[in-house]
Design a protein around this ligand. Structure first.
Ligand code: ZN
Length: 243
């Protein structure tokens, strides 16, 4: 027999439920009120802004923006130069949905990159919160150009022992390959020439990869295998592989 004094009366649960509903309603009102004191970077109901400081809700906002093509383009338009294009469908396995032609993110130019909005938005987050701060701290310069070697490529996955049957994430433009950067003072930093070593350029590239792992779902570099000796392979999909 249970002790009747320990049994919660109905009125307790009714009050508990009422309190919960009121709390939820109050919290929502506080978030959507036009003069809410909650900073936009902390407010999950305000869409992502690339320039906002990073908070515990930033990744959630990024996921929301990537899931909604119109929102993705809108967020991107505040920080990047690009042309939105209609979906490109080449085959069942090879296509670019939410297609953009990207020519800059933040303060860095990028030679015309045909990709999907998700990759462009992840690049914008990486440029602002990872690459530029690392370049300022370690190299004393801004990045003026991000050098890429493509996003969309209708091909199977390549391994060190040859091609596999499975299609690469490049076949749906869910990946981009980054070869290096050019700095505002003209210096060129590339994975091929600067990854090995102990100097500032090598430190920058290591920091660049570490921060890419925050803004992409998968990041493969020179330590992964020799096919990645000259670029970071950065993916919109995956489970956090960072090597
Ligand atoms: Zn790649």
């Amino acid at each position: 027999m249970s002790d009747p004094r320990k049994r919660r009366p109905f009125v307790f649960w009714a009050a508990f439920l009422l309190f919960g509903v009121l709390f939820y309603w109050g919290a929502k009102q506080a978030l959507i009120h036009p003069e809410t004191p909650i900073p936009t970077a902390w407010n999950p109901l305000v869409p992502l802004s690339v320039q906002d400081p990073v908070t515990p809700v930033t990744q959630w906002k990024l996921t929301q923006a990537i899931a909604d093509p119109a929102l993705c383009r809108e967020v991107l338009s505040n920080t990047a130069v690009f042309e939105a294009r209609s979906d490109r469908i080449d085959t069942e396995q090879c296509h670019i949905r939410n297609r953009v032609l990207l020519s800059s993110v933040g303060n860095a130019d990028i030679s015309m990159l045909e990709t999907r909005c998700a990759i462009a938005l992840r690049l914008a987050m990486w440029e602002h919160h990872g690459l530029q701060p690392a370049a300022r701290a370690l190299l004393g310069a801004e990045i003026s150009r991000i050098v890429h070697i493509g996003s969309y490529n209708c091909r199977p996955i390549r391994t060190t022992s040859g091609s596999t049957g499975r299609m690469s994430t490049h076949a749906t433009a869910d990946a981009v390959d980054i070869a290096g950067v050019i700095l505002s003072d003209g210096r060129r930093i590339s994975l091929l020439s600067d990854w090995e070593g102990e100097d500032a350029s090598a430190a920058f590239l290591r920091e660049a990869q570490a921060t890419s792992c925050i803004w992409f779902k998968t990041s493969l570099g020179p330590e992964f295998n020799r096919l990645h000796a000259d670029h970071f392979h950065l993916q919109n999909t995956g489970w956090g592989t960072c090597r």
